[in-house]
Design a protein around this ligand. Structure first.
Ligand code: R1P
Length: 267
């Protein structure tokens, strides 16, 4: 397994192959597209290159519907963006190194900014499906870390205040919230949602947090944007399912795409 041993060396190897396959010596910003976000990518225009994640060392094939398993290279103004259509989730059981490999590869490829998106449950009063929320902070409920060894990484302002302010210039109606990562893949129970609310979460999902920690360790500036695809368990009385998550993304694709395109322009 490519990721056993030194995950940073594995990321360097993947970045080297990425350079060969895209023909781009460097990339500036990475975007990880979460559940429901793939249709928003159309707003970025035509990619200059596209590859399957499995063409790079260390990436497993995608396990989840709506997680495309592709990487695209875009030119946006004077910058190059690396877009991951889908991610490896912790619940796939491949370990934290696999979860962090995309972000580490992006930083090894030159990305100084990492934009993490996801589809999530909203649990704050007044939140509604289709609403984008800027992640202001997180709660790690996975009981693990992508960082190996006694490497004490500061997570104050992990979700860049500068980039959040930039997003609000684009869309002043954007709200902020705290995202809690549960391990999944089962959805949370109503009792767990009540707990999450008590401990200060506004958003719940099964991604993003471990990647954000890895991005910070690697030295990148992190922006996190959640799309509330449903209200959290117990709030509506309706059962949760992944199809509604994907549908909420399709319904919001134009708005999310325009947000991402405008943010990229201003980076
Ligand atoms: C559940 O519907 C899936 O959607 C979210 C959850 O984490 C889970 O994987 O995916 P993203 O966080 O990748 O958007």
């Amino acid at each position: 397994d490519d990721l056993q041993g030194d995950p940073h060396a594995a990321a360097d190897a993947a970045a080297a192959r990425l350079r060969e396959l895209t023909g781009a010596e460097t990339h500036d910003v990475a975007l990880v597209m979460g559940s429901g976000w793939a249709p928003a990518v159309d707003a970025l225009g035509a990619p200059e290159a596209e590859l399957q994640v499995t063409e790079l060392p260390g990436f497993p094939p995608p396990a989840v519907e709506g997680h495309g398993g592709k990487i695209r290279s875009y030119r946006t103004g004077d910058k190059r963006a690396l877009v991951f259509l889908g991610r490896t989730h912790y619940y796939e059981g491949r370990g934290v190194a696999a979860v962090a490999h995309g972000v580490r590869t992006a930083v090894a490829a030159g990305c100084k900014t990492v934009v993490l998106t996801n589809g999530c449950g909203g649990l704050r009063e007044g939140m509604r499906p289709g609403q984008p929320v800027l992640i202001s902070d997180h709660i790690n409920l996975t009981a693990t870390s992508p960082i190996i060894g006694a490497n004490f990484v500061d997570l104050t302002d992990l979700y860049s205040p500068r980039l959040r302010a930039l997003c609000k210039e684009v869309d002043p109606t954007l709200e902020e919230g705290v995202y809690a990562q549960f391990p999944g893949p089962h959805y949370e129970t109503p009792a767990e949602i009540r707990m999450a609310r008590v401990i200060g979460a506004d958003l719940v999902g099964m991604s993003t947090v471990l990647e954000a920690i890895a991005a910070r360790e690697a030295g990148a500036e992190v922006l996190g944007i959640s799309l509330v695809t449903n209200l959290a368990a117990g709030m509506t009385g309706e059962p949760l399912n992944h199809e509604e998550v994907l549908q909420a993304g399709r319904d919001s694709a134009t708005r999310m795409g325009s947000l991402l395109a405008q943010v990229l322009e201003r980076l």
